[in-house]
Design a protein around this ligand. Structure first.
Ligand SMILES: NC(=O)c1ccc[n+]([C@@H]2O[C@H](COP(=O)([O-])OP(=O)(O)OC[C@H]3O[C@@H](n4cnc5c(N)ncnc54)[C@H](OP(=O)(O)O)[C@@H]3O)[C@@H](O)[C@H]2O)c1
Length: 335
């Protein structure tokens, strides 16, 4: 890792530096052949992840990014060429709070004269599904923030995060379950052809943020759609079985069984359910070219947008789902 201390190197301020996405941004910028100074934000500079970042040359600053702390946010953004912002909905499950805190960060960055604001947004599923799936608040709220940032006039790039590969190793309801000796089922409330933009977040998300900063192909107002690979859930399970050598099948289960398997409060389980349904219905497009007698599946998994161009200018290849499976210890899941 090389992180510059030179005052002439561009300054990148990373919100959430101790987390999955922000940590990945720090990693990707440190890998770059260009020099960056990096300022990482955390609520606790004494925690191990913050200490590790400080030891690698990141200037770690302690700050609580709450709505009443806009002036302090403006101060830590002062002098930044780039600010990266992610919000953590899952810590409080309050969409109004997520929007208010992100709005505060946009306003603070604008007041500080930041050169580029990179935001980890998501689609507004209620809008894309035309009201059919209204409850996916962690997507909808981020969609509102995207609109706010766009209208604010700050130079702005939206780097949407794909579906974390780690969800399938960590989350009840998404990881495989043992149904008999040496036999497992990964059960979701969608069909096996459901396409997901899967990403090894810690390894690869920051690569797209680096692309946003370094590639002239992406200027202010653009959008980057991240994934290591667009892959169906059925194919993910086949590869998981093949690589681990375990007998694992994919099963479609009903909505109620899925929600109860998540172990989450019902309103939160409903969010996860609807986000999967959204991907099933909006995730891929069956396309019949008029001159050919064939049907093609096009991976248009971000609300019908093509994620291909977002990968063209990456500094290195992303990890596939199979790469992630090989590098993960599944012994606790497939016990
Ligand atoms: N799971 C998925 O498949 C998926 C896919 C797309 C998007 N997402 C989105 O990803 C987001 C979470 O990102 P992540 O995985 O990077 O989270 P994470 O690993 O839990 O890290 C959260 C980071 O935010 C910081 N933070 C949180 N609240 C803060 C506050 N009030 N003030 C200052 N810093 C604060 C934390 O810093 P400290 O704790 O050090 O203070 C930490 O660095 C969620 O909003 C989720 O919707 C998830």
């Amino acid at each position: 890792m090389t992180i510059s201390q030179s005052p002439s190197a561009p300054l990148v301020v990373v919100v959430g530096a101790t987390g999955n996405q922000g940590g990945s941004v720090v990693k990707a910028l440190a890998e770059s052949d260009r020099e960056y100074r990096i300022r990482g934000l955390t609520r606790d500079v004494t925690k191990p992840a913050a200490r590790q970042l400080a030891a690698s040359g990141v200037e770690m600053i302690s700050i609580a990014l709450t709505v009443d702390n806009g002036e302090a946010a403006r101060e830590v953004f002062q002098g930044a060429d780039v600010v990266f912002v992610v919000t953590n909905y899952w810590e409080h499950l309050d969409v109004n709070r997520e929007f208010a805190e992100a709005k505060m960060l946009v306003d603070a960055a604008k007041a500080a004269g930041v050169g580029l604001f990179i935001w980890s947004g998501l689609e507004s599923i209620v809008k894309v599904s035309k009201g059919k799936y209204p409850n996916v608040h962690h997507f909808n709220g981020k969609g509102e923030v995207t609109e706010y940032a766009r209208l604010s006039g700050i130079p702005f790039i939206n780097v949407q995060s794909g579906w974390y590969a780690t969800n399938f190793a960590k989350l009840d309801g998404m990881k495989p379950k043992r149904v008999a000796d040496e036999t497992y089922v990964l059960a979701l409330p969608v069909g096996p052809q459901t396409l997901l933009p899967v990403i090894d977040t810690a390894n690869d998300y920051g690569l797209f943020v680096r692309e946003a900063i370094e590639s002239p192909a992406f200027g202010a107002g653009s959008e980057i759609l991240t994934s290591g690979e667009d892959i169906t859930v059925g194919e993910m399970v086949s590869q998981l079985a093949q690589i681990t050598g375990k007998k694992i099948a994919y099963a479609r289960i009903n909505d109620e069984d899925f929600m109860s398997a998540t172990g989450l409060p019902s309103s939160v389980a409903l969010e996860v359910l609807e986000s999967l349904k959204y991907h099933e219905e909006c995730g891929c497009m069956l396309f019949m070219p008029p001159m050919l007698n064939a049907t093609y599946v096009m991976p248009l998994d971000y609300a019908g947008k093509d994620s291909g161009p977002s990968r063209v200018h990456l500094a290195r290849p992303t990890r596939t789902w199979a790469d992630f499976v090989r590098s993960t210890d599944w012994s606790f899941v497939l016990a």
